[in-house]
Write a new protein. Structure first.
Lengths: 255, 255
DNA sequence: CGGTAAGTTGATCGAGTTCAAACTTTGTGG
DNA sequence: CCACAAAGTTTGAACTCGATCAACTTACCG
């Protein structure tokens, strides 16, 4: 699908190791295992598709740089954005059980991704219980965010949905240092944002303006600042899933 | 939370083994492993809560009998149903990474559940790559259904949502023999159904009546019949995720 | 500087909600 | 086995939030 194999870069000191080490200590064995799995990184242009529905997936990706979205298109051409992906994410584990991709993956800005073969998951399951637990946990955190999305789509007003997704992005970016002073760069258009929370771009514009007038947020030059996290949190009934993660049960590192 | 420990039943020939064997061949070792994990079954009354948000989860459950739902309540008391659970389901894997449950689990009719300790997952990860792959796959299938739900909530009309969820239930029940002649028992009220697809009970009533008038479904005595699956599928752009599952990559059974 | 993509603002419209009442089904105890 | 209560479903009328359509403004990039 992607014709960018020529854009390969340096055989960089494993993306996967770097990212997964953020969460747990990796043993030498685990690091060696990961190192053998990773290919060299690839670049993708803004709006370039990484894979599409019905692509036979060969690779999963670690995001080294840039934001991406997974989305689906309805018969009438309307779009629903399903998930947002940020630097540090592992993309593709939810499609592992399926013959084909279940959604489209697109870069919303220039990105650098580190591919590793889908078949790696089998190796990890066999060789490292600890990495298995980590991969599983990351997938389940994503799943809990999916469920939160269902909750806001099913029952919340436009303003509440917007407040919620701004907080969700804030929480995720905080993990990898993408936030300072409650301010972060938001490379999504209002179309993107609307497609993520089931609104039109017009409602997004109105809603954000409204939130800004109420002093809950402020915007300038592609940056967003959450000026009153407490009120935003109450307004949208937001829960930071990352704060509740428990990895104490992980199998010990195999030295 | 549940005070039903007195309702324990026979130390039945493992629920877990029975259910997981539906999907793959289990080795003797794997069966022994599962057998040690399982506790005796428990009964739950209609509308009884199995766990609530902020319950410290000790157990996961295999559903032996009856339907359940996971749901959340908003500040204003409105409810969003997140997932439906049927006989044969494994419930609770998505809450493994969290200190507390992320949603409420309730029986919509009298149920029989087979609990096994949450800590079992750690044992499985360490002892059996093949069972690990299975648990992971089941969770990812659920996740893909979550994403489909996001898609219909974000962008679809009332009729389309109803058609979609009726097909989703049909697909799932077909796996475990709950469907004959495209007809199945639907123990959910119109409130439940509405809370699952982001509609009021009134819209559900109108929508179902409309689908029936158009000859797409028919209803009687708690049963639903899908009279025209092709048109329902086209109407709601439905994809049967179970048909796309690929388990060829699973690690070999450890004999 | 000109052209295109993105964001804002206002007017109108409609699908689904809300509220309310009637009707049907189910289950239970006399 | 019937009577009655409780739960669930249907139907109608009025309303509302966000969609749609369209004009306009701003930002960005070659």
């Amino acid at each position: 699908m992607s014709k960018l194999d020529n854009k390969n870069a340096q055989p960089d000191s494993s993306c996967l190791i770097e990212k997964l080490s953020q969460f747990i200590d990796l043993s030498g064995v685990d690091k060696d295992l990961l190192a053998t799995l990773e290919k060299s990184s690839q670049q993708f242009d803004r709006h370039e598709q990484v894979w599409g529905v019905d692509t036979q997936l060969e690779n999963m990706y670690v995001v080294k740089q840039g934001w991406l979205i997974t989305y689906t298109i309805l018969q009438d051409g309307r779009r629903q954005v399903l998930e947002l992906h940020y630097p540090g994410d592992v993309i593709g584990s939810s499609d592992i059980p399926f013959r084909h991709a279940t959604s489209n993956l697109m870069a919303v800005e220039p990105c650098v991704l580190c591919p590793f073969p889908k078949s790696a998951i089998d190796v990890i399951f066999r060789e490292s219980p600890r990495l298995t637990a980590l991969i599983f946990t990351l997938a389940m955190i994503d799943k809990s965010i999916n469920l939160d999305r269902i909750r806001i789509l099913g029952r919340m007003s436009a303003r509440e949905r917007l407040a919620h997704i701004l907080l969700e992005i804030h929480s995720r970016l905080s993990l990898t240092g993408g936030v300072s002073e409650n301010q972060y760069r938001l490379p999504l258009s209002q179309f993107d944002l609307g497609d993520a929370v089931g609104l039109t771009n017009v409602s997004v514009s109105n809603g954000l303006t409204h939130l800004e007038e109420d002093g809950l947020i402020s915007r300038s030059k592609g940056m967003v600042e959450l000026k009153n996290i407490d009120r935003l949190t109450k307004l949208s009934d937001y829960i930071n899933r990352y704060h509740e993660v428990d990895i104490s049960w992980f199998p010990d590192a195999s030295t």
